[in-house]
Design a protein around this ligand. Sequence first.
Ligand code: ARG
Length: 610
Amino acid sequence: KILQRAIAKYSPSISECTEMESIHGLLISLFGTAVKSAFPNLPDAPVVITLSGNNVKFGDYQCNSAMPISNMLKQSGTKVAPRDVANEILKHLPSHQLIEKLDVAGPGFINIFLNRTYGLSRLSTIFSHGVQPPKLEHPIKTIVDFSSPNIAKEMHVGHLRSTIIGDSIARLLEYLGYPVLRLNHVGDWGTQFGMLIAHLKDKFPDYLEKSPPIEDLQAFYKEAKVQFDNDEEFKKRAYASVVQLQSFEKDHVKAWKMICDVSRKEFQKIYDRLGINLQERGESFYQKHMEEIVKELDSKGYLEEDEGRKILWADAPGNGSIPMTIVKSDGGFTYDTSDVAAIKHRIEQEKANWIIYVTDAGQATHFQLLFKCAEKIGIVDRKKHRLDHVGFGVVLGEDKKKFKTRSGDTVRLVDLLDEGLRRALEKLEEKDRHKVLTKEELEKAQTSVAYGCIKYADLSHSYNHEYVFSFDKMLEDKGNTAVYLLYAYTRIKSIARNANFTAEGIKEMSKEHSISLDHEKEWKLGKVLLRFPEVLLKIAKDLYLHCLCEYLYEVSTAFTEFYDSCYCIEKDSSGDIVKINHGRILLSEATALVMEKCFHILGLNPVEKM
Ligand code: ARG
């Protein structure tokens, strides 16, 4: 009975398919059912499904549960050889059209061979329904807190990394159907504002009537800092200004807004160029919430006095544990306070079930403490709420030292993007593209390559490592780089174009012909494309975007292998088309469509001609 129900559940008729689905997920369900009914006494028996690797002999996927199950049985006193365990699993496996063939190899590996008809039906959904994401049972409300530069201080490469990684995580989750709120937690409320406002009043006493010329906010910040460090009287006024600001005194708020606006405009320029969409909700937003939560924590007895400060312990004091500082000795709030208030607001008001913070790895301790404290004070329930800190490594210059300009200053992001544009154009000209493309096409290719290579270099490295920022490396046209992949994409797109098919024409073609998967290399490429959903689902779990870059590279390599051995269009000696292989053109287009989705998630804008 269980078996019949399972079969019904796992076997939709092929014509009902509307999306590619996670084959890995499906195999886990099928083998999970089999393991459960074969070994009902081992409820914790592991269901391990992996890719088989490159040898076709071992099938496409493998179930490696037999060995651990045999061990578990042994521990409970029954001796069953792993091969027999494997055969027992097979006996209980619900049948499914996904599976072509199964065999048991070596000490009990189950090799799983996929069925082409099934693969074809799933791949065909690309033309009937578009590249649809796998359906999620419970998409949960998610907040991605990323970019988050500080007002009046410079937005540096670290913030660029946060911007790129955060945007891509948000894009992935949005594509998978999660409701995502993208928040820019800008540092717009620290003590630096006292200093800035006091300096503004000194230098531009008429600031309320005439907007002050402080475009170069960083220089202005430096001046203010010098005053602050050298002039006791100024320092006092600066502190007084913070207090005034935090109690929302009108003129102080006005000055603060002016200062924030200058930075905001600068940040926005970067976001516009990189196509980043996010909502500003900085520390200042939480002022009232901070006042409230401090009262609440105090009354509930969570805060401890410590030399005038009020602190909150996540763990028992001692053993190297550190507390959060909730109120400073001068009564002011801190970064910690704003994050405690923010997490409360996000969970209770925004109803988020998942919050992802993207910052440099240096803040890992801060977020560990935050998560623990939030749990301790009853805001977060780990059974309902998922919290992640995506902490990335520092960006280094080619000299392997902290990324700086030659004169030792922080690199301005606009300058960096400009250099990217310049270098991308050089690269295109090196390949004589300016002779083939129209001015407009060239410009499009240039921006695509410039911003694409900066983003891709960042995303294709596992983010917990530091990484070396090098335009030379990024712009290489071999290996797993944006340039290589963007080129590969244009080449694929040109196949249908050269055979005079428009997008409409391809759609029509897909109604009459089906994707060709007969040739060994076609089927190999098809199987890589079929893995798209499971790759996405895995990344939604661990947030390792470099896996998507690796996948994209694998798609393009599998395509090259296919294209090297399979003609899509045959021409005669005079260059006239004599034969069109429709099934292969469709396979090429399906490849391009899957690549487009990958590019989209990574925030790259591929162009058709380059
Ligand atoms: N402004 C901070 C920085 O520049 C990052 C803020 C990250 N978000 C947060 N909720 N703490 O390092």
